[in-house]
Design a protein around this ligand. Sequence first.
Ligand code: AMP
Ligand code: GLY
Length: 421
Amino acid sequence: MEKQKPKVLIVGGGGREYSIGYFMKDEAELFYAPGNGATSQFATNLEIKDYQGLAKWAKENGVDLTIVGPEAPLVDGIVDIFQKEGLTIFGPTKGASQLEGSKVFMKKFLQKYNIPTARFVETSNLEEAEKFIEEMGGKVVVKADGLCGGKGVLIPSSVEEAKEQAREMLSGKLFGEAGKRIVVEEFLDGFELSMFAICDGKNFKLLPAAQDHKRLLDGDRGPNTGGMGAYAPTPLATPEIYRKVEEKIIKPTLEGMAKEGYPYTGVLFLGLMVVDGEPYVLEYNVRFGDPECEELMPLIDSSLYQMFYNGAIGNLEGIDTKIKPITAVGVVCASKNYPYGKSEPTPIEIGDISDINGYIAFAGVSEKDGKLWATGGRVLVCVGFGKDVKEAREEAYRLVGRVDFDGMQYRKDIAYQALDK
Ligand code: AMP
Ligand code: GLY
């Protein structure tokens, strides 16, 4: 008799969660809470919203593993709730999620465990902030402590502007309560990398390094977004950089978190700045990046279920994670008013894509009468594969050419940093 597939519940409903399920669907029976209009093609979408109710459902229905995509449920403590019910769940606890939830917690942690990061002050006192701004000659970045949907970071161009930004944050004028404690840090001039480690509390598997494109428009102009495209692996990350990231950043992070009483299980997302070959931590996130996850999942050449399951039970040592020797490039197709506001639902037309080496990760979509509709935000990601960045990028843009919906916007220069490498 065929062995029954394990049951996996994926929390979230964006392109990130779509890609996790899409590449696991042959080895597991999948459920999403809430999922989207395209995850229902290979999984069952659930409408349960409260975490307690979800844990109850998972228990009653014999779910073997729950994987959490976005940060909000993690910061809210979904992992603690599931664990209390004796369920296996992949993600950091509420305590461990402070690495993303509080910049002050993060910077203090980095300092305490000697992990490379920009010099900084963390304060709610304007004079202290001003003193540091002067010492740094205005070459600083001003950050709000709390979660501000990625918008809480300002890069001033002079001492005066920096002081004004610090003042407006501290007064609550800019970001309300989230800005009443700030971090002012040295501006680091280098290139950015996103690195992801699957962690089990003690051990980790480092995945290929990616680069994201946060601005809306070509040439890194326009407003910040959740990310308009990414690619992995990036040739900008040399073996030496991987080694330094493991030794100087990931190992001390896992040891430090265990010492603090928050052993780290889940995806550790390092937002890095590489300056003269040295990686510095700009930020931690406690989950996969979106759209980076959409490029990383297809690179994994071993069981995704085993990787997440063994991560959740603290036994990553017991498995081998293989990586395909290919590159993936993902181009986000966003709706008309992204990132400023909502857009009217509009039907998505997709031509024949059977000749393309790639796939589409669906995010902001709903399903009606067998057709997919764009419902706003980042609608889908066209991911191309190839032997190198150039080839993968060509496939990704060929895929974009087969997709259409009213008001569709996308960047035409994804992976530009790596084209001449
Ligand atoms: P964060 O949310 O802290 O990752 O910051 C958002 C973006 O601001 C980063 O992706 C960087 O592009 C930029 N940034 C943050 N901190 C620094 C820094 N110390 N030096 C230069 N750029 C920074
Ligand atoms: N793409 C960056 C993020 O998910 O935060």
